[in-house]
Design a protein around this ligand. Structure first.
Ligand SMILES: CC(C)(COP(=O)(O)OP(=O)(O)OC[C@H]1O[C@@H](n2cnc3c(N)ncnc32)[C@H](O)[C@@H]1OP(=O)(O)O)[C@@H](O)C(=O)NCCC(=O)NCCS
Length: 177
């Protein structure tokens, strides 16, 4: 996990426009590299102004950019709080990378940022993302239509420090699940 840089526009665009990520994340057909730039600058702004944000994910062995994970926040009152999120190149799905990065983001959110509750906002159809949340100890909560995505309700998953099983391998329910 490392900070994003300007050169990540192309690899993030490539990941976000794979068929699998387009379908799961509802990436619009007219999504462009300029949209990715807006995403990256909003992450940078969140780090600067709010102290939370997303990291670029590199595969240790190859050094290849494989996606993003970390913390996110929106100002709308309907947004539940600091969110933990993940998005990976489909070529590395099924290896536990989202769970590994999500675990570090959770630890950062509780220990470094000082949040007492973290959230994950997931469309109920997105079963792979729900599985990551469950492996990290998040509990499913209410379904709610959020202003940034009016066409369907998201489920709000939440995690308190008491429900956090720790790093993958350190506690039950996380490792290899
Ligand atoms: C959501 C997303 C990141 C999940 O990816 P994923 O590969 O399923 O999740 P992980 O990286 O945690 O990998 C879990 C899988 O690796 C396996 N695994 C192997 N080693 C593991 C380990 N050490 N720890 C956890 N899981 C491990 C798990 O058994 C699981 O396998 P399965 O796919 O057969 O169930 C991916 O589907 C994605 O990028 N989707 C598009 C973007 C998106 O929807 N983001 C979320 C928006 S809410």
């Amino acid at each position: 996990m490392r900070p994003f840089c300007a050169e990540d526009v192309d690899p993030l665009f490539a990941v976000m426009t794979t068929d699998e990520v387009r379908a799961a994340f509802h990436v619009p057909d007219d999504f462009t590299r300029a949209n990715v730039w807006s995403v990256l600058t909003s992450f940078a702004g969140l780090w600067e102004l709010k102290g939370v944000g997303q990291w670029a994910l590199e595969e240790r062995g190859s050094g290849r950019f494989v996606g993003r994970a970390g913390l996110y926040w929106r100002m709308e009152p309907e947004w539940p709080g600091v969110e933990v999120g993940w998005l990976l190149d489909p070529t590395v799905w099924g290896r536990g990378y989202a769970t590994e990065a999500g675990a570090r983001a959770v630890e950062y959110g509780f220990d470094d940022v000082g949040e007492d509750r973290l959230f994950s906002v997931i469309l109920p159809e997105n079963t792979r993302s729900e599985a990551v949340a469950r492996r990290l100890g998040f509990a499913p909560g209410e379904e709610r239509v959020l202003p940034h995505f009016p066409s369907a309700a998201h489920r709000i998953w939440q995690l308190d420090p008491a429900g956090w099983p720790g790093w993958p391998g350190a506690g039950p329910g996380v490792s290899g699940g």
